[in-house]
Design a protein around this ligand. Sequence first.
Ligand SMILES: [Zn+2]
Length: 644
Amino acid sequence: MKRLAVSACFAALLLASASPTFAQTALQTPPTPQPIPAVVDRAWSGVVRLDVDATDLNRRIYRVRETIPVEAAGPMTLFFPEWLPGNHGPVGPVTQLAGLTFSAGGQRIEWVRDALSPYAFHIVVPAGATELVAEFQHLSPTTGAQGRITMTAEMLNIQWEKMLLYPAGRFHRNITIQAGVTLPEGWEYGTALRPDSSTGATTTFQPVPLDVLVDSPMFAGDHYRQIDLDPGGRSPVLLNIVADAGENIAPTDEQIGILRTLVVQADRLFGTRQYDHYDFLVAMTERMGGIGLEHHRSSENSVDPGFFTDWDSKLGDRDLLAHEYTHSWDGKYRRPAGQDVANFNLPMQNELLWVYEGQTQFWGKVLAARSGLHSRQQALDALAMDAATYDNTVGREWRAMQDTVNDPIISQRRPIGWRSWQRSEDYYVEGQLIWLDADTLIREQTNGRKSLDDFARAFFGVQEGNYDANPYTFATVVETLSGVMEHDWATFLRSRLDGHGPGAPLDGLTRGGYRLVYTDTMSDYQKTLWAEYGRNDFIYSLGFMTGADNTLSSVQWNGPAFEQGLAIGMQIIAVNGEAASAATLRAAVTAAKGTDQKIDLIVRDGTRYRTVAFDYHDGLKYPHLERIEGAPDRLGDLFTARRR
Ligand SMILES: [Zn+2]
């Protein structure tokens, strides 16, 4: 589709150059690239062999040799994966591919990159060749500024799609591939792939379709432990942990019990397991790059090294495993039709990410509460913070939540200056709020007989062990909701997805028996989380947050700081004549409450200094959920572990 559109553009150029008016401008017809074959659904003959040498820990270099059977002599095109599942965008790191050479029968073959599709490499296969050898390196970033670090001295994360090429013109499932990896001596690994054979430090895995390989990454490391999360269960569920230091891998029996309960609660929610085995891959690290990425039969999760040993003060990653595990059903098994594309170089359509990510956010939080990863109070406090953030997302005035599904393509998680106005991937958490709205509506209207749990079982729990993607559309979602409870679900969803507020869709809170309020003290949950992230929160009072060195890390659009002309990156130097700190700011806001005393700040903006005076007298403000007396506690019901 992409190629067609550009070709039409060339046709217009051609017409223009033929017209007498433009005769002197000497417009040239660009050279026509070698055509990229159209996609057909036919098996690629033979098995591609992919060998990765992952032993160069000093330089963080993966060395790859790939042997690709060829079907015919003549022009051939190979793709480096561009549209990556789970990333929802064209983010394949093709710049990390280097040293590429092709050969056949020992003869080097020159390649040329496609001028319009720079993820495509054209070659001409010589007569008589039966297979092609591609040799190249995949270069792990060595600093965070280059990208996500995937290899350290202690661990590595192989994502096959970042270190392979595949023949263009086929569905990914048409291509059978057998991967092998050589790890540093003594390292152990976790992956959803199953070994075929091993010799020394080299393991060869069973051949799988290309889409399965890409969906089956590996974590490996010097410090490794595997824990069975479902002993004697109906299919294996394994927790594979690697860590910067061996002493980090010290889960208590209680913590293992909580993770086992997560598996049990997911079984009770969905009814089936849409996999034959599942591997949690967990890296406890501050050296390898962060990740939370779903797969059908595994997930890649990075957590703080203190995840187990500093359990009470490390909350940031607490619900990550619950979220990524939910994706096995929501996103992988049930897949939006627009995400279910033929191969990794065809654009994905993101219109249903508020189901894929939004409902996963919802169930991830619910399962975290039901399993004990979050206490009841922590679940409520987290919800209060989410509700407040989105209720103050004034960007909805111009940009409906539905439009934020384009952010993985247009923004790709680059830092932005005005989060509350620009919006960013809001389909996650605002999606969660909409699903809470739906859940409590069903609970209310059916007098508690039904809930969104019934939707989950009907929609996601289809056939035990089946992991073929099962695509759906908006109509499928509406139909399944209507099967749970008759309602105009299309209007319910569209009005919330496409609406402009004011405020976030918070009916789920009130119907759940709670209201969003602000007080002058942070919840324990928020206090712990912000301490972990190093955030000083004045967002609902002065309209900003600060990080290290009192530098503004967030400024609320149209808030008091915005009105004073402040923006991210500026530094607060003094507060009412005192050296700035989070404590002096808090004291100044508290002292000005209910008075007519202004709060004076000296702010540094590069080489310039400015004095600003906040005419703000409402004190500190932090979000909480407050019980509505006498109303049914439906949030409490939602967060309660299921007994069957
Ligand atoms: Zn997700």
